[in-house]
Design a protein around this ligand. Structure first.
Ligand code: HEM
Length: 416
């Protein structure tokens, strides 16, 4: 949000610096004095929590890479070496593995918050699209990271997911197979594949850092949305980011870290799969190949469709459609607080995603398959039909005149 700079250099050195590279001014205006709606709830603390997760993944990841060996005959043993011989190696690895899960937990809450309060609507479309790109980059990064352990699940997950490209064979014979072998660097998943995955797993987090910088830039042009969805109108609607939200974010982060550490110290393998403690064996396929928990809803969508190519398209579409959310949702009202029907459909969509997540871990047969197909159908119905139609049909409820009116509990004005 464009606002007059309130930065005043205190010393001659600060002034000298400010005239040449006003980085202190930028920090002051964007992180300290930034006018922020006074009514943000705890769901707005997840952006800060995500930034923390990114830093933890970078720090633990870079240190792990000092001891990890990206070679098919040594990768698995090097991970065990980190766990047993490297000083604090077990802590680094458990923080990195559970940190990925925490990162996804936080990002799912962050996305759901955006969907509930309509934070993707104008003027925040680019901010949202950057978010979806970050999410895609996060998925690619964690998938590649998981493969590096070179356990049974790592190996077979890479085999299954890279093989998805072979579905292109039904469009042009041989095209898919050529792409898959190009990705593998051979005729099966092997050492060249592992090297590529390692290289890209190291690279992508820095791409995420760049995207996050753009994400925050795009946030600071319109400023934050808030639980009412009404923009800041007067000075009374806003408070400076520091100390109000630095404290609130700090408190929420502390609670989040307690949960994170509870996993790291008391249940470090709870979210993982035991088969990944068996070294990769190209000659023995595990009975059930399941991805990490955060991929399960998409995995369920992939398997709900009997045709391979259409399954892959549905899988890609389920995430790709999120890019168009700002235009699929036609309602003028942002916050679901004032959308009496959307509220319920939002809840149904959340339940739908949880059901898909549950089914993603089950074999695709019998009832699991039928419910999986229904849940997949609703996922697309929600995005492609419910959201556009509801904007036309729904009559929003009465809204407060401003953020301050809402905070002070003034009577809402009837919707036009
Ligand atoms: C590395 C991952 C991410 C980081 C570090 C991050 C960081 C942030 C931060 C610091 C904020 C401001 C505080 C807040 O509203 O919580 C924010 C806002 C926002 N983010 Fe993200 N974000 C990430 C991923 C995503 C994703 C995946 C999406 C959506 C697909 C998204 C959509 C949004 C939206 C719409 C807002 C604006 C909310 C508002 O104006 O109230 N972000 N993000």
């Amino acid at each position: 949000m464009a606002h007059a700079s309130s930065y005043k250099p205190n010393t001659a050195v600060e002034k000298w610096f400010d005239d040449r590279l006003p980085i202190m001014r930028l920090m002051h205006d964007q992180l300290q004095d930034f006018p922020t709606p006074r009514n943000l709830n705890y769901l707005w603390t997840f952006g800060g929590i995500l930034t923390f997760c990114l830093v933890v993944q970078l720090m633990t990841g870079i240190t792990l890479a000092m001891h990890y060996v990206p070679h098919e005959t040594m990768a698995f043993d090097s991970v065990e070496h980190i766990m047993r011989d490297v000083n604090w190696g077990w802590l680094l690895r458990y923080m990195h593995a559970n940190g990925a899960s925490m990162f996804f937990l936080a990002v799912y809450i962050h996305i759901a918050r955006g969907m509930f309060y309509g934070s993707y609507k104008a003027p925040r479309e680019i901010l949202w699209i950057l978010g979806v790109l970050i999410f895609l980059a996060m998925m690619a990064t964690s998938f590649m990271g998981y493969s590096l352990v070179w356990g049974q699940m790592s190996f077979w997950a890479v085999t299954v997911i890279t093989n998805l490209f072979s579905s292109l064979d039904s469009i042009y014979p041989g095209l898919g197979t050529t792409i898959v072998q190009w990705i593998w660097g051979g005729f099966s998943v092997g050492n060249p594949t592992l090297n590529r995955l390692f290289s890209l797993h190291y690279l992508l987090p820095f791409v995420i850092c760049g995207l996050v910088a753009l994400h925050i830039w795009a946030l600071h042009v319109p400023g934050n949305n808030n639980p009412t969805g009404i923009s800041i109108k007067t000075k009374a609607d806003a408070i400076p980011f520091h100390p109000y939200y630095t404290l609130k974010d700090g408190f929420a982060l502390s609670v989040f870290v307690v949960l994170f550490m509870a996993f790291v110290f008391y249940a470090p393998n709870y979210l993982g799969h035991p088969d990944n403690y068996i070294e990769a064996n190209p000659l023995a396929t595990p009975p059930h190949i399941v991805p990490e928990w955060y991929f399960l809803p998409y995995y369920a969508i992939l398997r709900a469709i009997p045709d391979k190519l259409f399954g892959v398209m549905a899988f890609a579409g389920s995430i790709g459609l999120l890019l168009f959310l700002p235009w699929l949702d036609t309602s003028k009202v942002k916050s679901a607080r004032y959308r009496p029907i959307y509220k319920w459909f939002f809840a149904l969509f959340m339940i739908d995603v949880l059901v898909l997540g549950y089914l993603g871990a089950k074999p695709p047969e019998g009832w699991y398959l039928i419910v999986g197909r229904l849940a997949t159908a609703y996922y697309f119905l929600h995005l492609l039909a419910v959201l556009p139609l509801l904007g036309w049909i729904e009559k929003p409820s009465a809204m407060p005149g401003s953020i301050t009116d809402d905070v002070l509990g003034k009577k809402p004005v009837a919707a036009k």
